[in-house]
Design a protein around this ligand. Structure first.
Ligand code: FES
Ligand SMILES: [Fe+2]
Length: 395
């Protein structure tokens, strides 16, 4: 009945006891983890985001619509870095999962975000990025705005005598800056910005203590649902195996991690001291040769090493395709190509697996088995936070 080493369908043998002399196999463990509940999603939870099963989480249009509406258009999302806005008047337009947004430097120390929509008829005013000076003019009917948002002039003003033009302005969006990274929030979810990054700021304080600047940035698309890359990032279990060569220098057995606000913090030391002075020369010895991986919920992954603090965010393009943007911060004069290669060495292995998981999710047989109790626990934490965002509207 209990074939050695085999597994029964979840629930099929529930209530039965193995007969005397039959060893307990892994089957009982499987029974404790019905597929839909492995990541904590009950059937009711799945139905709440328009999914009829676990596969839909990674392939379904209704799930992606819920994620965009309730997460990407409601909570704090990374969109840029301060180096992209070098001078007063510099602007950068951003497509945030279909929502046009623009970032503008309005003062030496001040950056604002607006919905990139003309208040007249809704045309996006800014396109691309550049230096627009102190005013921006909409090409449709030439309404002109100060970069601080106020309407400055419009043609044929007498035709609007009944309108309160003093109230017409570009609509501002919440903006937060952490370690040179610019986040915006289109809705009111996710709590205060300080709460989002506060714990990680404390845990990463030694890395952030020095003069970091963005030395490299690149974007690329992957054939994978965005969540697979986040799950992979917080998966400790795979380090020994998938990265057997690329991360061989680090002592995974001494990997430490903790839940950090809604995100995650981790650190692992090297197997043996390499006695090389770190590029981030202010790091204390205990951290100078280790590797850290961190998550700012929901989609910003951060890596800290002796040479850089790199952030890569993943945003959905479709249920099965995502855009990744890597931003590397280090000391002025650091070799950007060498730093990008350092990250790409293991990230390309991760991407290959994520694209494979996406192929797996296309199968009608796709389901999950039990997860490692400690080294895969952060995946469950991530999904717990995800459910809180997607299912607890209005709280
Ligand atoms: S839509 Fe911009 S001026 Fe009319
Ligand atoms: Fe990895």
């Amino acid at each position: 009945m209990f074939a050695h080493g085999g597994c029964v369908e979840p629930g099929r043998e529930r209530g039965r006891r193995p007969s005397a002399g039959v060893a307990m196999s892994g089957c009982s463990a499987t029974e404790l983890h019905p597929a839909e509940e492995t990541l904590g999603w009950s059937r009711a939870d799945l139905a709440g985001v328009g999914a009829s099963g676990l596969r839909d989480l990674y392939r379904g249009e209704p799930v992606l619509s819920a994620e965009i509406e309730r997460l990407f258009h409601r909570e704090w999302i990374l969109v840029s870095s301060i180096e992209r806005l070098p001078a007063v008047g510099s602007y950068q337009s951003v497509d945030l999962c279909g929502a046009p947004v623009v970032l503008v430097r309005v003062g030496e120390e001040s950056i604002r975000a607006y919905h990139n929509l003309c208040p007249h008829r809704g045309l996006p005013i800014f396109s691309g990025e550049g230096d627009g000076g102190r005013f921006v003019t909409c090409p449709y009917h030439q309404w002109s705005f100060r970069i601080t948002g106020e309407l400055a002039s419009l043609p044929q003003r007498e035709q609007f005598s009944g309108a309160d033009l003093d109230c017409v302005s570009l609509a501002e969006v919440d903006l937060g800056i952490w370690n040179g990274l610019i986040f915006v929030r289109l809705g009111s979810g996710g709590g205060e910005f300080g709460e989002l990054v506060g714990d990680l700021d404390r845990r990463m304080s030694t890395f952030l203590a020095g003069p970091l600047v963005e030395v490299a940035q690149l974007s690329f698309e992957i054939e994978s649902n965005w969540k697979f890359l986040v799950e992979n990032h917080v998966d400790v279990y795979h380090l020994w195996y998938l990265h057997a060569k690329t991360l061989a220098a680090f002592d995974h057995a001494r990997f430490e991690w903790e839940r950090c606000g809604r995100g995650w913090w981790s650190f692992e030391p090297p197997k043996a001291p390499r006695h090389q002075p770190p590029l981030l020369h202010w790091l204390p010895e205990a951290e100078a040769e280790g590797l850290g991986a961190h998550l700012i919920f929901p989609n910003t992954m951060v890596v800290t090493s002796s040479s850089c603090v790199a952030a890569y965010d993943v945003r959905p393009v479709s249920p099965t395709r995502s855009k990744v943007t890597l931003r590397v911060r280090s000391v002025l004069g650091a070799d950007p190509e060498a730093l990008v290669e350092e990250i790409k060495a293991f990230l390309s292995e991760d991407v290959e697996v994520c694209e494979g998981l996406q192929l797996g999710a296309a199968s009608p047989a796709f389901k999950l088995g039990p997860l490692a109790s400690r080294h895969e626990q952060p995946l469950r934490h991530f999904h717990e936070e995800l459910r809180a965002s997607l299912l607890l509207q209005g709280e």
